[in-house]
Design a protein around this ligand. Structure first.
Ligand SMILES: Cc1cc2nc3c(=O)[nH]c(=O)nc-3n(C[C@H](O)[C@H](O)[C@H](O)COP(=O)(O)OP(=O)(O)OC[C@H]3O[C@@H](n4cnc5c(N)ncnc54)[C@H](O)[C@@H]3O)c2cc1C
Length: 432
């Protein structure tokens, strides 16, 4: 029985594994899905967890629940031996290592925020890639308000009350919009803070927001955010960040204790160490059918892969592309196992949407038409609700959204509980 291993349980990996799982009996294959968390993260709603509109459990879909004949393996992939056809895993809780044999291996490792090599960014800014990041951002904002409410140091107070988001792409624009909504909702609990003393700045190095869309979208997003008091700083990039703020290349300085970094993405770190051919962004070069160039029995999909478009260029690192790529990759693997021809990926994006917080959004409709404001926000919510995996999760999110319309958001800072590896090692030793 051929063993197909998919490493990475995000949009692309799950779509691939589910399609393989469905046909595993018919094709006589075994499927294993590996991920470093036991859930799939629905990233488009991460800014809403950071702003307290959604509960973190709403956007985490358990991976074990989606597989029927297939197996799930909790593990951090640390290396691949292409000759022996094994992938090395380290268990994130026990730290035990093991090698898993494969006949075909799919890399669906996704991407992470890139610091772009700018000094101080890694140490002094907050990324928005994981649930822990979202909670940390929410905690940092609430912590800054708590301290600002009590401090008599006016310089420090100004720093605490300035919030900076770097990056005018989807993630940055959504993070700024959600943060604005969050501040608007919680400031009433801080009678010591004059709302006009709070500043939210969105920094983008280019000359418009959402630069990958026609410029009317960026203009509409900028107008909506500015109307709600977001200061938009275009046309200069960050030179460095430090514990007190950040500095732009033109010398402008923003004093701030809270800087959210979403200025770019790069493929997951493991990709760099595999010795595969990559493009200028570090993504694995694949053929149109997702087979990795210059390798055998290896496929790559989603954000970590540079999937060629038929007319040149590559598909953008987007959830909607990753979700569409997975099923075709699964069929291509099955075809190649049977010695049949594979097919190249072809997909025309349906359009894109960015939520701007406070019931505002901007959406690109098929044909390049634009929808903005509340209708776009309703479309954004309806679309992402429909894309959420499982009725359970859809119901939870719909419930949270309904409650949020009636009640204001909480101001409790949530503890970030670190898992104790030692206790897992100890309990493992005792039981085994
Ligand atoms: C805040 C935010 C908002 C976004 N909003 C949108 C949006 O509105 N619309 C849109 O289309 N796209 C959006 N995106 C982009 C979208 O999330 C990605 O394009 C999509 O997740 C890519 O899917 P993927 O399967 O390639 O990677 P991912 O979904 O990132 O999945 C990769 C998986 O691999 C795991 N992994 C990585 N390395 C290892 C390893 N060594 N061992 C084991 N497991 C590993 C990761 O933990 C993860 O579970 C957003 C992204 C972010 C961060």
């Amino acid at each position: 029985m051929q063993h197909i291993v998919v490493v990475g349980g995000g949009f692309a990996g799950v779509a691939t594994a589910h399609e393989l799982d469905r046909s595993s009996k018919r094709h006589g294959i075994r499927v294993t899905l590996i991920n470093r968390q036991n859930y799939m993260l629905f990233t488009p709603m991460l800014p809403e967890v950071a702003s307290g509109s959604l509960d973190m459990r709403d956007i985490a879909q358990p991976l074990r629940a989606g597989l029927h004949a297939g197996q799930f393996e909790l593990g951090d992939a640390i290396g691949i031996d292409q000759t022996a056809r094994t992938i090395s895993l380290r268990h994130p809780l026990t730290h035990e290592c093991k090698a898993v044999e494969y006949d075909e291996l799919v890399l669906a490792l996704g991407s992470t925020s890139s610091t772009l090599g700018i000094p101080g960014v890694e140490k002094f800014t907050l990324a928005l890639d994981t649930i822990a990041d979202a909670i940390q951002i929410r905690n940092r904002v609430l912590g800054a308000l708590e301290v600002a409410a009590k401090t008599e140091d006016l310089i420090e107070r100004d720093r605490l009350l300035r919030f900076v988001v770097v990056g005018g792409g989807f993630t940055g624009v959504e993070a700024a919009g959600e943060l604005r909504g969050f501040l608007g909702s919680v400031l009433k609990y801080y009678s010591e803070i004059e709302p006009s003393a709070v500043e939210l700045v969105l920094v983008e190095s280019g000359h418009e927001l959402l630069a990958h869309l026609p410029s009317k979208f960026g203009k509409s997003a900028a107008a909506s955010l500015s109307r709600r008091g977001v200061r938009i700083n275009l046309g200069d990039s960050v030179a460095a960040a430090d514990g007190h703020g950040l500095e732009l290349k033109n010398g402008t300085r923003f004093e701030s204790r809270t800087i959210v970094w979403s200025a770019g993405v790069e493929p997951a770190p493991l990709v760099k160490n595999l010795g595969l051919e990559t493009n200028e962004h570090g993504a694995v070069k694949v053929n149109g059918d997702f087979s990795v160039r210059g390798a055998q029995h290896l496929w790559a999909v989603g954000d970590c892969a540079a999937v060629p478009r038929p007319k040149g260029g590559t598909y953008a690192p987007l959830a909607q592309n990753a979700t569409r790529e997975g099923p075709l990759l699964a069929r291509n693997i099955l075809a190649s196992l049977k010695g049949r021809a594979t097919r190249n990926f072809r997909y025309k994006e349906l359009g894109q949407m960015a939520s701007l917080g406070d019931r505002q959004a901007v959406a690109e409709l098929p044909g390049g038409r634009m929808l903005s404001g509340k209708p776009a926000w309703i479309l954004w919510r309806a679309y992402y609700l429909s894309r959420l995996p499982g009725w359970n999760r859809k119901a939870r999110v719909a419930m949270d959204w309904s409650l949020e319309m009636v009640f204001s958001r909480g101001v409790g800072r949530l503890p970030l509980i670190e898992e104790s590896a030692t206790s897992f090692e100890e309990s493992h030793a005792l039981s085994g």
